[in-house]
Ligand binder design. Structure first.
Ligand SMILES: [Zn+2]
Length: 313
């Protein structure tokens, strides 16, 4: 990629800094990028050479991304993604517009994974979820979402599809959680997502890692590296009104998601991991929410979350 995906500045024309691409455990002949280049104009980091579409398809469609060893996931709640989805939905919910007569929310989740945000929204008190549309390329995850929806007795409409091409209609909320960092051209997906918002008040929610090259020893398969300021730059380019843009989670340098986790945290995590199957899932959800700080804002947090909508014209 020779131009910056955020500001379109050409890497052959501008100066850029680069660092080695952290990919512990991977061989560089496996299609792993060599470096991350940082745009001198907007600060966005871009993997170079980029990861081919073929390599990413293989990861996301063939189940390698979620690292399943079977074609069926156990029908239980996975506490880490569940707690993170709770924190995300809580943030979105606060900014949901008052639809007056229209109280029903249609939610589109692009790259839905376990589909927990839809499940949590379906139990919501302040809003009524009417439809949850989940796009997920991995067939095992799609089956898991369908089974979980039935297991939890959800009556709302669930539509699980493998790709964006099958999306029809408009949505009150569009979620892009941990998607943009995997794309060569994040702005084109943001544009497609904006086009699917049902009204001026429709919300676009974004969650990306906060400069994870600074604290992880393996960032594969991430292609784009955002900081709060470069994400803001991108959203402003798209003419969006930013309602919220903050960093969340434990301090990135001390987070358990980090290579240099303090020993005390490591031990605590290990203790819970060992007694995992004896602990109730409600406790585990709460423990991991605290452990990763998923529901706390923090100036040097692990993740950047943004909520935006179309500017009033
Ligand atoms: Zn740039």
């Amino acid at each position: 990629m020779d131009t910056c995906p955020t500001c379109s500045c050409s890497f052959s024309d501008c100066n850029f800094n680069s660092i080695p691409y952290p990919a512990k455990g991977w061989q560089h002949n496996q299609g792993i990028p060599d470096t991350i280049r940082f745009c001198s104009q907007c600060g966005t980091g871009i993997a170079h050479p980029t990861i081919s579409d073929m390599a990413t398809d293989e990861l996301y469609v063939q189940g390698k991304y979620w690292q399943q060893s079977t074609t069926k996931l156990p029908l239980k709640i996975f506490p880490v993604p569940f707690g993170l989805a709770q924190a995300r939905w809580e943030l979105i919910q606060k900014s949901l517009p008052d639809f007056q007569n229209k109280r029903e929310i249609k939610l589109l989740d692009i790259g839905a994974g376990h589909g927990y945000i839809g499940l949590i929204a379906s139990f919501g008190h302040n809003s009524v979820l009417s439809e949850y549309h989940a796009i997920e390329p991995d067939p095992t995850m799609r089956q898991y979402m369908r089974d979980m929806w039935i297991k939890k007795g959800r009556k709302q409409k669930l539509n699980v599809i493998p790709s964006m091409d099958q999306v029809t209609g408009y949505y009150d909320v569009v979620v892009l959680s941990h998607i943009l960092e995997h794309l060569q051209d994040p702005s084109s997906l943001i544009n497609s997502a904006i086009a699917l918002l049902s009204s001026q008040q429709g919300l676009l929610f974004i969650d990306v890692p906060n400069q994870d090259h600074l604290f992880k020893n393996n960032v594969f398969p991430h292609i784009v590296f955002f900081s709060p300021s470069s994400l803001k730059y991108l959203l402003k380019q798209e003419q969006l009104e930013i309602i919220h843009l903050e960093t969340w989670g434990r301090n990135m340098y001390k987070s358990p998601a980090n290579a240099n986790t303090p020993l005390k945290m490591k031990l605590m995590g290990e203790m819970i991991r060992l007694s995992y199957r004896f602990l109730p899932s409600k406790f585990l959800v709460q423990f991991y929410a605290w452990y990763f700080g998923g529901n706390q804002m923090n100036t040097e947090g692990t993740w950047i979350r943004a909520l935006c909508r179309n500017k009033e014209s």
